[in-house]
Design a protein around this ligand. Sequence first.
Ligand SMILES: Nc1nc2c(ncn2[C@@H]2O[C@H](COP(=O)(O)OP(=O)(O)O)[C@@H](O)[C@H]2O)c(=O)[nH]1
Ligand SMILES: [Mg+2]
Length: 382
Amino acid sequence: MKVKKFMAASMPDAMKQIRAELGKDAVILNSRVVYTGGVLGFFKKRNIEVMAAADSYKEIEQKPAVKPAAIPAASNHFKGTTEESQFPGSRTSDELIKEINGLKKMMSSLAGGQQTSTVYPEAIRKVMHVLYEQEIDNSIQDQVLQVMLEKWYLGGAKAKVAEVEAWLHEELIKQIENIPFSGISFTKKYINVAGPTGVGKTTTLAKMAAECVIKHKKKAAFITADTYRIAAIDQLKTYAGILDIPLEVCYTIDDFRQAAEKLKDYDLVLIDTAGRNFRNRQYVEDLKNVIDFEKDMETFLVLSLTAKQKDMEDIYNQFSIIDIDKLIFTKADETSTYGAMYNIIHKYKKGAAYITNGQDVPDDILMAGPEAIVKQLMGNKK
Ligand SMILES: Nc1nc2c(ncn2[C@@H]2O[C@H](COP(=O)(O)OP(=O)(O)O)[C@@H](O)[C@H]2O)c(=O)[nH]1
Ligand SMILES: [Mg+2]
């Protein structure tokens, strides 16, 4: 175990130094604010002094201080390979490995039996566990952890779980609050939902139409270009009937042109597709000749929260041939893991418009802002 004192202008700076020198598994032992320099008590500089420690195997991994001949075998073992025969009779490395394993065991028992050798304050570990359970990306977890640790040590290392939870809530919001979020903007006439089959595009479009008609008293209409299945047309027809708004069914781009003409006096036209239309470049190009996308089209990409994050990212990229204005996350009621939603918003800096949480039209839809997203993530905890 190596213990070292670090001095920096801020806790993040200190963390950076500690990471660089002792590795990312270093343990903070203590921290305090100190004032240095100055003249006659004036112009003193405020610094943070942090005591940190690292297991000695980390040191060996990063700064080889042993005989060069022993290093290849040792570093091989860090990677988990067991090709002992490659280095026959290398006693030095055997001894080294034994020592490392001993140290690892010792560190893990210190850490309460956990695999990791990092010992963070109990309250921080408890609260950070939520992020792990919710499958928040590791890079975000690391950033958040640094902020939590800084607050923890600067606050005298005595905060209770509830306080740490409040910090987490605040930090998660802070990380996404500059991304624009909003539902339908009502600045564009055409609204369309893109996304793969079965994610809930038609159902969500009906919920959005209900919002326009009932809440905002808009004159709205539907166009459907999902003509692959009769059932899909009937589905939208049913909603059009309930909301008492017209539905135009378009098989070709000419149909589209005529429908657009017919609906020229309407405030809003909500376009339903089979999803694949919008992945077809020709369809998009044709449609762009009828509707000025820039000026008049608002596009929502619909992603189901039951999908894997990797699939959501692939879908996001597949649909990037059109400009996605906002995201809609569906089926929140069918999962208890919401990290992917946060990760995607964070990664692509793309805000969400709505979260849907059930099959009922028009009720099962929520506006999605940073607060709603973080609330979903943290459950009822604050
Ligand atoms: N549980 C749940 N089911 C939903 C939600 N949104 C849509 N669905 C259901 O998902 C299925 C597919 O929906 P649909 O709107 O036809 O998807 P589309 O193919 O993308 O148009 C239907 O059974 C919907 O009732 C939701 O938020 N939660
Ligand atoms: Mg549909």
